[in-house]
Design a protein around this ligand. Structure first.
Ligand code: HAM
Length: 418
């Protein structure tokens, strides 16, 4: 019996790693295109950090333990509390607004199911220090463009946008005390995902007005402006106002959004919103800055890429190109191995991807490996020495060349750019 991974954890075999790198590369490229800079926090934090403001659901899902110094610690389930902590401590060092992104792994002790594991990777993009709606618009546009970079169109996904203020106004008008808002918001967030009677029970005498509002749709001037601005950028077809989106995390204060596949097959691909009070709450009022952000997970995104043919093909193509090596060195005569390896080193120093057989191997097998590795050319070291034979793997054309002219010759080849 082989030992297995823990439930909800993944091994990343080379093919899986290639897919993951493909996702990370797109994430990084689009975040940079929007002027975001990369940062990172620790994987382990105090449990306290999440207890303060993430909300009961995430605290229940913590991977936590007592460390050898008797500290109550947890593997990070999300990045936002860490970001708030870091920003509060270093705020003076940076001009506002901060536009930061991060790619990292997160851990939640969830029931394993389709699209939900116990570890996953997220792209987090956050803007700190800007209260204007312009920042919300920019963030939603970024989220859309990240997904467009995978080849998805408005037929493949939709960003459902809402405003928590709509619901907090609703609760205030009905004299619900502020310390109970969280409980109601959590119940509204779960509407549609749990039986209606259960939501009704939680909402008590507010159940009917909440259900009626969800049905009629509710209006918000702010959301209207946001959609208009996205229309100006040609992105309105990617969004829909949906006040049923509340978000499970407790710290959101304003515009919130979640991204879903159009077919409604998967769980949320991404989610985020404004959390204008979190930095002040985590720093006991020492630093107060408005903030907003979103996170996109790799698990559902990976499923959607597999589901949509053009996205899947784009990924396969990119992975295949990425994996190719430039040159395979065929050692046809073992007496030439030392000469061949001298040139392997020189070629690698020039930046070419070069491979060769570590031990004596039959020539046809070496050419097969060259093909399997997607080599552009093969260079054969054998009886022709001090000449070497160069084979173009795509056309099968061969030519002989004195070995001391090899490097200059290769550098002039358009099909090989190091
Ligand atoms: P979240 O909605 O909890 O938000 O997670 C963001 C995304 O991470 C989800 O839409 C989903 O794709 C992915 N995800 C979450 N949990 C799992 C899981 N167990 N397995 C697989 N994928 C998962 C946040 O984490 C907020 N901190 C986002 C944010 C950033 N808000 C402001 N800035």
């Amino acid at each position: 019996m082989f030992m297995q991974t823990l439930p909800g954890f993944r091994d990343f075999l080379p093919e899986d790693c290639a897919k993951r790198n493909y996702i990370f590369a797109r994430w990084r490229e689009v975040a940079r295109r929007y002027g975001f800079v990369e940062w990172e926090g620790p994987l382990l934090e105090t449990v306290e950090l999440y207890k303060k403001k993430s909300g009961a659901e995430i605290v229940d899902q913590l991977f936590n333990f007592t460390d050898k110094g008797e500290r109550e610690v947890a593997l990070r389930p999300e990045l936002t509390p860490t970001l708030a902590r870091v920003v509060a401590a270093h705020e003076r060092e940076f001009k506002k607004p901060l536009k930061w992104f991060s790619i990292g792994q997160f851990f939640r002790y969830e029931k394993q199911q389709r699209g939900r594991l116990r570890e996953h990777f997220q792209l987090n993009c956050d803007i700190i220090g800007e209260a204007a709606l312009a920042a919300d618009i920019e963030l939603v546009a970024l989220c859309i463009d990240v997904l467009r970079a995978f080849g998805f169109t408005e037929r493949d996904f939709v960003v459902r946008i809402s405003d928590r203020e709509f619901w907090t106004d609703f609760l205030r008008e009905r004299n619900v005390p502020a310390d109970r808002w969280d409980e109601f918001l959590q119940a509204i967030d779960k509407f549609g995902r749990e039986p209606r009677e259960k939501t009704a029970e939680k909402l008590d005498n507010l159940a009917e007005p909440v259900f009626a509002t969800l049905k009629s749709g509710g209006k918000s001037e702010k959301l209207g402006k946001l959609v208009d601005a996205l229309r100006g950028r040609g992105l309105a077809d990617f969004v829909a106002i949906d006040i049923g989106i509340v978000r499970g995390l407790a710290y959101y204060t304003g515009i919130v959004f979640e991204v879903f596949d159009r077919a409604g097959k998967f769980r949320a691909i991404a989610g985020g919103g404004r959390y204008d009070n979190l930095i002040a709450q985590l720093s006991d009022g020492a630093v107060s800055l408005p903030a907003l952000g979103f996170a996109m997970g790799d698990v559902v995104l990976g499923e959607l890429i597999n589901e949509i043919p053009h996205a899947r093909e784009a990924m396969q193509e990119a992975i295949t190109i990425d994996r190719k090596i430039d040159i395979y060195v065929v050692i046809a005569k073992e007496e030439r191995r030392a000469d061949a390896l001298t040139q392997v080193q020189q070629l690698r120093d020039l930046g070419y991807g070069v491979d060769y057989p570590l031990t004596p191997t039959k020539i046809p097998k070496q050419f097969q490996t060259a093909e399997d590795l997607g080599a552009t050319i093969a260079i054969l070291y054998g009886d022709e020495w001090p000449q070497v034979k160069i084979k173009n793997m795509a056309t099968a054309q061969q030519e002989l060349l004195p070995h001391d002219r090899l490097l200059a010759h290769l550098q002039a080849l358009p099909s090989l750019s190091s």
